[in-house]
Design a protein around this ligand. Structure first.
Ligand code: LLP
Length: 422
């Protein structure tokens, strides 16, 4: 761990913002997500400083990474906007106090009711991904007597060199419009009564650990932007998406300063408003999933630590083969090679597979690191497991920002039809 870490040991006990995680686990139970709010704020500040040469920068936090109202609010208070991909995320962003003029709406499958809600809210920009979506949006906007700000999401046919489930910028992916078609579609957008085309958008994938794919895609965006301008089309905004990777175990992602330099070198002289949509980089490393060891067992020489968090709390290992760091809340014990598995009835239910982990005993507490992004937001109720609580640590105080679900919450919307109960 380094000084940039959200969690550090104080007298051998893991702490966030000066508060011991074992105390939080005792107070709120396990599994428990703990977010270091000061770390999130520091990241936003560092990102802004990296982009200081782009004074009109909009940091549209990608809400999907961690949609906690408290986290969105924390970032919004420091000037961030929101990148949303559903009506639900739009509602969250607005309720958390993000001004509509700092919201961009991304996503391949926006329903008309979702487009309408965003129009009524008056958001900054729709990142549109298909000709039919341009037409639907124009119709809805014209009926309201407004023009919707639009950025055309282009698919630059760039290999982001990340897990293939989270690469979005290759020609075979569903995202965006082929860049060769972008000029025609942009002209079409400019001809529609309800649209005000403002620029281009591009997001090539997530957890990128090298700058080259960014540079390649941005070069293409730059060429397109210059061509559109040459045709006399309006263009005052470029959205470069998110995707900057973080270090989970031994990755070496680029520094945000180098990322910013790459963006600014490609687009900085175009005199447009830049939008970035970081999710993971802002919040992943600020989060830990605290879990308790239930049992330790050895099956034919293979050791398993059975813990009370599972793939429903963190599905990244099962879904992407993701490797998250795992540490003991109480430092100083030995280590052992083991699988750390949850209580769910799936062999894919593991948090760590075959790595060196703390040599823990039943009752001990462990923390899965890098759990601030795409952890609680992808959690499910599989095996009828209520989703875990979330605590935000800020300025030395802990706040329960989402209570643990109960089984009654899960059952509240279910009905058994009378014909089955007679
Ligand atoms: N903008 C758009 C249009 C996106 O689709 C995404 C992420 C982002 C921004 C934010 O990307 P970030 O900065 O967080 O990399 N569940 C996966 C990640 C899926 C990302 C989806 N899109 C995971 O756990 O790795």
């Amino acid at each position: 761990m380094t000084s940039d870490d959200a969690f550090e040991y104080a007298n051998d006990d893991l702490a966030a913002g000066g508060l011991r995680l074992d105390a939080l686990a005792r107070a709120h139970g396990t599994p428990l997500y703990v977010y270091a709010g000061d770390h999130v704020r520091a990241r936003l500040g560092r990102l802004r400083r990296a982009f200081a040469a782009a004074p009109d920068l909009l940091v549209a936090y990608s809400v999907k990474a961690n949609p906690s109202l408290a986290v969105i609010r924390l970032l919004a208070r420091d000037g961030a906007g929101a990148d949303v991909v559903s009506g639900g995320e739009l509602t969250r962003a607005l309720r958390a106090g993000v001004p509509a003029e700092r919201v961009v709406f991304s996503g391949t499958g926006k329903r008309e009711d979702e487009l309408a809600a965003a129009l009524d809210a008056g958001i900054l920009c729709f990142n549109v991904e298909a000709e039919a979506e341009l037409e639907a949006l124009s119709r809805l906007a014209a009926a309201r007597g407004v023009r919707a700000g639009v950025a055309l999401r282009v698919n630059p046919d760039t290999d982001a060199r990340t897990h293939h489930y989270i690469a979005t910028g290759k020609r075979v992916n569903k995202f965006g419009v082929p860049w060769e078609q972008a000029p025609d579609l942009y002209r079409r957008a400019a001809s529609l009564p309800g649209l005000a085309p403002r620029g281009l958008d591009c997001h090539i994938g997530s957890q990128l650990t090298s700058l080259e794919p960014f540079a390649e895609a941005l070069g293409r965006v730059r060429d397109l932007a210059l061509a559109l301008r040459k045709d006399g089309l309006p263009l005052d905004l470029l959205d470069v998406g998110g995707g900057l990777g973080v270090r989970y175990t031994d990755e070496r992602p680029p520094a945000v300063e180098d990322y910013a330099r790459t963006v600014l070198e490609a687009l900085g002289d175009l005199g447009v408003r830049l939008v970035v949509e970081p999710g993971r980089w802002l919040v992943a490393e600020a989060g830990a999933l605290v879990t308790r060891v239930l049992y330790v067992k050895e099956n034919r020489g293979k050791r398993f630590l059975v813990v009370d968090a599972g793939m429903n709390d963190l599905m990244r290992p099962a879904l992407y083969g993701a490797q998250h760091g795992l540490v003991a809340l109480r430092r100083g014990g030995g280590s052992v090679v083991a699988d750390v598995v949850g209580p769910l009835c799936e062999t894919g239910d593991f948090l760590v597979a075959g790595r060196e982990v703390p040599d823990a005993r039943p009752g001990d507490l462990l923390a899965v690191l890098g759990a601030g992004a795409y952890a609680r937001s992808m959690a499910s109720n599989y095996n009828s497991r209520p989703r875990a609580a979330e605590v935000l640590v800020l300025d030395g105080a802990a706040h329960l920002v989402q209570a643990r679900e109960t089984i009654d919450d899960l059952l509240a919307r279910e009905r058994v039809p009378d014909c089955l109960t007679g």
